[in-house]
Design a protein around this ligand. Structure first.
Ligand SMILES: Cc1ncc(C[n+]2csc(CCOP(=O)(O)OP(=O)(O)O)c2C)c(N)n1
Length: 342
């Protein structure tokens, strides 16, 4: 199996290698390889422990950074043999399991190996991954299509599908990068950037503005606390000629913690979620930035298109009910599990 984490350089020959070897390609959006030919719902599939434990790969070729998701990390840790191609010298091997770590370009390596392989027929194991992936993608899309109240998963899926081919999607830490990894469908032409590093939420509005300064439609996907942590950049930038759209699912604080063990603590809200109660529309008005609030899933894409077309710095705030969002993650996992058993 090929597992592609964050990569700085495009590596399209990895698709040739995946095809020639009949190894499934699990690609995170920031690898630039969530393209047609890669698995369509890999992280949803990985989260299904019964499936992955019955289909653990013998060998994983990991390209770039270690997986973002816990399930991805667990898969890499469970494979019998792990080889890492780490062109950017990123944090690629947190479990210190790799039998080899090659600091070489992923694309030239993939091109050279794919060119030497006798193309293999698909195997039963490979087909099982492809079939399960197709089933998982279908379930995800059917469920998301039926959810009218905005949920972060649907925001991630719809935004990544709708942006034009010259656009860059800059994705923030916490849930946005995870939701994109779970729900983005393979597509051509969208550049996806993140600045995860040590997963800080700081300075992220500046990152979006920096990317936008390089030209092309630039859309950020970031949490409400991530926005507020760097709100100075919003206040500073809106009257200075930048063109950037910030899509902010506003779930009232740091909701990632309600998916983590902290959710059991009595201090969850005070110390972790830290709801802020700040009116984001009023912040935008103070900054001179555009603002639109989206209350229904189907209104997101038209609102983002209006904002990109209008130019300037604009916020598209998406009203998200955090508790409903958490229940929907659980519903999705249960529905995928039953589809895979069915
Ligand atoms: C600079 C910095 N401070 C604190 C944290 C710890 N932290 C991780 S996620 C998170 C909450 C982020 O909330 P939000 O941006 O609203 O995203 P959500 O969790 O709702 O997706 C915090 C405070 C961090 N990653 N970086």
């Amino acid at each position: 199996m090929i597992v592609a984490g964050s990569l700085r350089e495009a590596a399209p020959h990895v698709l040739d290698l995946s095809r020639a070897a009949a190894w499934p390609l699990l690609a995170e959006p920031t690898s630039g390889l969530r393209l047609p030919g890669a698995l369509a719902a890999p992280t949803v599939l990985l989260a299904d422990e019964r499936f992955t434990s019955a289909h653990t790969p013998d060998v994983i070729l990991q390209l770039g950074a270690a997986p973002t998701s816990r399930a991805g990390l667990a898969l890499v840790a469970a494979a019998e043999r792990l080889m890492i191609v780490d062109p950017d010298d990123l944090v690629a091997d947190p479990h210190r399991r790799a039998e080899s770590r090659m600091v070489v370009g992923a694309d030239p390596l993939a091109a050279s190996v794919a060119g030497r392989l006798e193309p293999r027929d698909t195997t039963t194991w490979h087909r099982a991954w492809l079939d399960a992936d197709r089933a998982a993608r279908r379930v995800v899309d059917e469920l998301l299509d039926g959810w009218d109240e905005p949920s972060e998963g649907r925001v991630a899926r719809d935004l990544s599908a709708a942006l034009p081919s010259d656009a860059t999607l800059v994705v923030g830490a916490s849930m946005p990068i995870r939701d994109l990894d779970l729900f983005m469908a393979p597509r051509e032409g969208l550049r996806v950037l993140g600045n995860r590093g040590a997963s800080g939420i700081d300075g992220f509005v500046s990152t979006i503005l920096g990317v936008s300064a390089a030209g092309g439609p630039t859309v950020g996907l970031l949490g409400d606390l991530t926005l507020l942590h760097d709100v100075g950049s919003l206040l500073w930038s809106a009257r200075r000629g930048f063109d950037a759209v910030l899509v902010v699912p506003n779930n009232g604080g740091g909701t990632i913690f309600s998916f983590l063990p902290q959710r059991e603590l009595p201090e969850l809200e005070e110390l972790f979620t830290t709801p802020h109660g700040i009116d984001l529309g009023a912040v935008c008005a103070a900054a001179g930035a555009g603002h639109e609030r989206v209350e229904h899933s189907s209104d997101l894409v038209p609102a983002v298109k209006r904002a990109v077309g209008a130019g300037g710095v604009r916020l598209v705030e998406v009203a998200v009910d955090a508790e409903l969002n958490r229940r929907r993650h659980a519903e999705l996992a249960a529905t995928v599990a039953s589809a895979l058993r069915g």
